[in-house]
Design a protein around this ligand. Structure first.
Ligand code: CS2
Length: 496
């Protein structure tokens, strides 16, 4: 490797220690929290290097080791792509191979912050029990003790060790797209600790004391994270070499836009992330709702319509037909924005306009398949409350019905789209969804099965019968007449 041509990394000096443990060493973390931390350290050094933990995969861990912790972030706009080299990770390893190291780090007084990017699935949140998904095998395994397989188990075990070691306060920061992410995470961890105790697991005595200690010493700030970060592809390595001089097996492509909004609850200190543009506010909930309901739901709608249209990229789908943008904007404005109070500091019209520019950025190359993956847990978070909000007011949100119908069509009938062009989205529920598709020929029955009976979504959706009927109608239209007719039908119903 020719290092002489490499650009100076960010920060340009090594951090004064490693105070952050990050669980989930994927692209999003490396293009988001890591960048904020590197910029903060560049301005003001401190003990905020990051120890990165991958759950299973070696790919990034090996690359970071090989590259002395350096990797590149490629900021892709259509005219001026830019590359930066980061050097903010001081160590990296794989949790599945070294579970005890995860525990040891959590119990280490030098660690002051744990951040997490583990996706919606990583929380094992059951819409049915509104808590830990006790049916999940990995959760049952973690409750029974032994090397944890889930991040909830890792935190339960690690916090116990920290408490026993009297290692001091800590902030545990969810950076995933969940409603009320800090509080949900805290509740999941607490439930895991109690469940381990009830199971009689030898190491889990004195839960009440541990839970009291967590309440007093461990903060779970809520956060809103935002940056579109696609998966790394072949072409990004050569792009990295051109833009930064680094031969990089861990390059991360990302859009220019970035935003991070957090509650300022860090009992053991934190980097000066505000220097890098992070916003600290008590009103994170408003930003979370804006992001999940307006950005993420629209992204999901674009991905499923895109799959059904045979479009590989989100940007292609958006550009394919003006009606696509019309129906997405309809969902944003009529179905989503009325359901919450947007943050006072945000100009909603500007936000929406900017969002369409972001989705339309073809240089980013965000794939329909990637956004469509894990649709079951994503949609449960994104649409349930807004549907119920309208149902309580006697209204039927048609854009949300199109979103649900297109998700159902994609996952219950794999023949409904050209997977050889778009790729197949993954989802832990996919086999059960295909089975439901086989069992229920009648759209009404299929909608009832997927949205109410299976346990993917809250059964409370049964309280929106008119909406469920519209989902079934649109599902039928998708099947018999195709996407364009279903969009027209949704728009017509939405304007009623
Ligand atoms: C996307 C998000 O995959 C998805 O469901 O909607 O990953 C989205 O790109 C990010 O949340 C943007 O911040």
């Amino acid at each position: 490797m020719n290092t002489s041509m490499e650009m100076t990394p960010l920060p340009s000096h090594p951090p004064e220690g490693a105070g952050i443990l990050h669980l989930g060493l994927g692209n999003f973390h490396r293009a988001h929290q890591a960048v904020y931390t590197a910029k903060a350290l560049e301005h003001q050094n401190g003990p905020w290097g990051i120890v990165g933990v991958a759950n299973q995969s070696h790919r990034i861990v090996d690359a970071l080791k090989e590259q002395s912790g350096r990797y590149s972030v490629l900021t892709l706009d259509e005219e001026h792509p830019r590359g930066d080299v980061l050097a903010v990770h001081t160590d990296a390893f794989v949790a599945a191979e070294e579970p005890d190291r995860v525990t040891a780090f959590i119990a280490d007084p030098a660690i002051k912050i744990i951040t997490l990017t583990v996706t919606e699935n990583g929380y094992y949140y059951s819409q049915v029990s509104q808590g830990l998904d006790r049916d999940a095998e990995a959760i049952q395994h973690d409750i029974a003790g032994g090397a944890p397989r889930t991040v909830i188990g890792q935190l339960a075990r690690g916090l116990r060790a920290r408490w026993q070691a009297d290692a001091g306060p800590l902030a545990v920061v969810s950076c995933d797209n969940m409603n009320d992410n800090g509080n949900v995470l805290q509740a999941q961890v607490r439930e895991m600790i109690s469940a381990m105790d009830e199971s009689g697991h030898a190491e889990s005595h004195a839960s009440a004391d541990l839970l009291a200690w967590i309440k007093e010493h461990v903060a779970f700030p809520c956060t809103m994270v935002d940056r579109i970060v696609p998966a790394t592809e072949e072409r990004h390595s050569s792009m990295s070499r051109e833009l930064t001089g680094l031969s990089d097996a861990a390059a991360v492509p990302a859009e220019p836009f970035t935003m991070w909004v957090l509650e300022d609850k860090f009992p053991a200190g934190r980097p000066a992330w505000e220097i890098a543009g992070a916003i600290f506010t008590e009103d994170v909930a408003a930003y979370e709702l804006l992001k999940l309901r307006v950005l993420n739901s629209s992204n999901s709608l674009l991905s499923y319509l895109g799959l059904l249209l045979g479009k590989d990229l989100i940007a292609e789908t958006l550009r394919s037909d003006p009606q696509v943008r019309t129906v997405v904007e309809h969902m944003m404005r009529t179905d989503m924005l009325p359901t919450f109070a947007a943050p006072a500091a945000i100009d909603v019209d500007k936000y929406v306009a900017e969002l369409f520019d972001r989705f339309g950025n073809a240089a980013v190359g965000h794939r329909s398949r990637q956004v469509g993956s894990d649709g079951s847990s994503k949609l449960a978070v994104r649409i349930t409350e807004p549907v119920l909000f309208h149902a309580e007011r006697g209204r039927v949100p048609a854009g949300l019905a199109l979103l649900a119908a297109s998700y159902i069509r994609v996952f219950t009938n794999p023949a409904s789209y050209p997977a050889d062009i778009t790729g197949r989205p993954e989802d832990p529920w996919s086999e059960r969804l295909i089975e439901a598709g086989r069992l229920h020929q009648d759209p009404q029955d299929l909608v009832q099965a997927v949205l109410v009976d299976l346990g993917i979504f809250s059964e409370r959706l049964a309280m929106a019968p008119q909406w469920l009927r519209l989902v079934a109608e649109l599902l039928d239209t998708l099947e018999t007449e195709g996407v364009a007719s279903a969009i027209d039908a949704a728009l017509a119903r939405g304007r009623d």
